[in-house]
Design a protein around this ligand. Structure first.
Ligand code: GDP
Length: 526
């Protein structure tokens, strides 16, 4: 098959949601439709069992299991779907953000009882950075939830995106009758015990037909007619182009656990969701159809067994064809790399592959050469943009407890930071090292792994810090002056970029007011 055909048949996306909204359940239904699994209950939630929340070894083990489900590939109606899983535990939010850089679109699940929740808002901000197209699935309609209009307004307001319902619920909770597909004008009636993936659909060219009253009852029929008229009146026609630009989110209603409304969404998804898109490097735009291979690493998973130091690097292919055993240019590194152990993830299995195409995610066995953000190419020296670091929320100073093992500690810290476990900031003054994370858990992980894998002992001293702000200015002199005058608060990130370590929100505000020519950024890419 030609490269263009391979590209055209791929859809690479992630499902994102606040924990408990139904991400795992929806994933499972999609895999069922794709024939990738046969029974419900086969997909393991990557959610961390609350009973083990404080035991990170247990958590890492659970995360280890989730490597297998990191990417789920399956085919549906001749489309190869690559579904990337995102960690459920909020301490691993950065993992999720990085995963979002490797997809072309997302499906966002929202619980109709709880509405838009905090994690959903944060994830949406990340999607907006790259104008990632979003489809919304409003879930759990079999429960008494909020009014659909109210939910749509909330999505628009809190997620700051226009919405366009493409399906509409008939009733809710106990009175939930089904969904009407506004796109195809098809009605799908609800029967909660429905196990099979039924294709029965009542088609109405005209909702005024009496048949509708017979099917769902007079009141429901009238309500539906009224709703549809209102929606068609209020919302402009759905425009695929606007969706692809990340301006409009089509919305579907349903109940994932009852397998309801999922098919409507999936069929629309394969029709409108983008095939692998072009990606920007620092110098130019790379089209997927370019004949030469290129890709970038967005995630690294370490083997928790200290006897096996190997790691799996997850690579998103951006252009050309990847071939096993072919030497590729490791743009940041000293020498070309060749991979003999390459896996793709199909549903619950991993399989060895010899070649892969744009949009595909492959796992490369690596002994420590690769780090997050690395670019591999078939020759050209270029680096893909777009894997930002976000300001951490918790900061602690690293205290070396064994001066004889300083080298080991530094090596270990470097490796762990390359895996994206946390971020390291080094103060200009006194070279104090500060680790920033989004969750408490990572400190335990770092301490344990430094001991176990590098024989280094560290402790952490709490620090009163509010944010790490990357700073820049169009006026280099002003920037130098700022760095001079605030040198006690200036640090460098892993790439040597300048960071201002703000102690409190109010103080940061004051500094920002006093230095209008300095720009303060909460992510490393601006
Ligand atoms: P995740 O944390 O987003 O992966 O959420 P899960 O898929 O694990 O679902 C969380 C809970 O919501 C589970 O108990 C599911 O059975 C339940 N759930 C998922 N979909 C539905 C639905 O459509 N209706 C109802 N009533 N419960 C659902």
């Amino acid at each position: 098959m030609s490269l263009n055909k391979e590209i055209a048949k791929r859809r690479t996306f992630a499902i994102i949601a606040h924990p408990d909204a139904g991400k795992t359940t929806l994933t499972e239904k999609l895999l069922l439709f794709g024939g990738a699994i046969q029974t419900a209950g086969a997909v393991k939630s990557n959610k961390i069992d609350t009973a083990t929340k404080s035991d990170w070894m247990e958590i890492e083990k659970q995360r280890g299991i989730s490597v297998a489900t990191s990417v789920m590939g399956f085919e549906y109606k001749d489309i190869k779907i690559n579904l990337l899983d995102t960690p459920g535990h909020q301490d691993f939010a950065e993992d999720t953000y990085r995963t979002l850089t490797a997809v072309d679109s997302v499906i966002m699940v929202i619980d109709c009882v709880k509405g838009v929740e905090i994690q959903t808002e944060k994830l949406m901000e990340v999607c907006r950075m790259r104008n990632t197209p979003v489809i919304c699935f409003i879930n759990k309609l079999d429960r008494e939830g909020r009014d659909p209009y109210e939910l749509l307004d909330e999505v628009e307001e809190k997620l700051n995106i226009q919405v366009r319902p493409l399906s509409w619920p008939i009733g809710m909770g106990k009175a939930f009758k089904g969904v009407y597909n506004l796109y195809d004008r098809k009605l799908n009636l609800f029967s909660p015990s429905q196990r099979k993936l039924s294709d029965d659909r009542a088609v109405f060219d005209d909702l005024s037909e009496d048949r509708l009253d017979e099917l769902i009852g007079r009141n429901n029929a009238d309500q539906l007619r009224e709703d549809v008229e209102l929606i068609e009146g209020v919302y402009p026609d759905f425009d695929t182009k606007e969706y692809l630009e990340g301006k409009v989110a089509p919305v579907f209603f349903g109940s994932a656990v009852n397998n309801f409304g999922v098919n409507e969404m999936l069929d629309t998804f394969i029709r409108i969701a983008p095939a692998p898109k072009s990606r920007n490097t620092e110098d130019r735009e790379v089209l997927p159809s370019e004949s030469k291979f290129s890709g970038f690493v967005f995630k690294i998973h370490a083997n928790m067994d200290p006897n096996h130091r190997n790691r799996i690097a997850f690579l998103r292919i951006c252009s050309g064809k990847f071939e096993r055993n072919k030497p590729y240019n490791h743009v940041r590194g000293p020498k070309p790399l060749r991979f003999s152990n390459v896996t793709q993830f199909m549903a619950q299995d991993r399989e060895m592959v010899d070649e892969a195409f744009p949009g595909d995610i492959i796992g490369l066995y690596d002994t420590g050469n690769l780090k997050i953000g690395d670019t591999l190419t078939d020759g050209e020296n270029m680096t893909f943009k777009g894997i930002p670091s976000f300001s951490p929320e918790i900061f602690k100073e690293v205290i070396n407890k064994d001066a004889m093992k300083t080298k080991q500690m530094e090596k270990g810290l470097k490796q762990l930071m390359e895996e994206g476990v946390a971020q390291l900031f080094t103060f200009d003054m006194g070279s104090r090292k500060v680790i920033g994370t989004v969750g408490q858990l990572q400190f335990e992980v770092i301490q344990f792994r430094l001991k176990q894998e590098y024989n280094a002992s560290v402790e952490f001293a709490p620090m009163q810090l509010y944010k790490a702000c990357w700073i820049s200015s169009s006026d280099k002199k002003k920037l130098d002056e700022f760095v001079q005058s605030k040198n006690r608060h200036i640090a460098r990130d892993k790439d040597g970029k300048l960071v201002f370590m703000a102690e409190s929100r109010s103080w940061l505000q004051m500094v920002q007011d006093n230095y209008p020519e300095i720009e303060f950024h909460f992510t490393s890419e601006f």
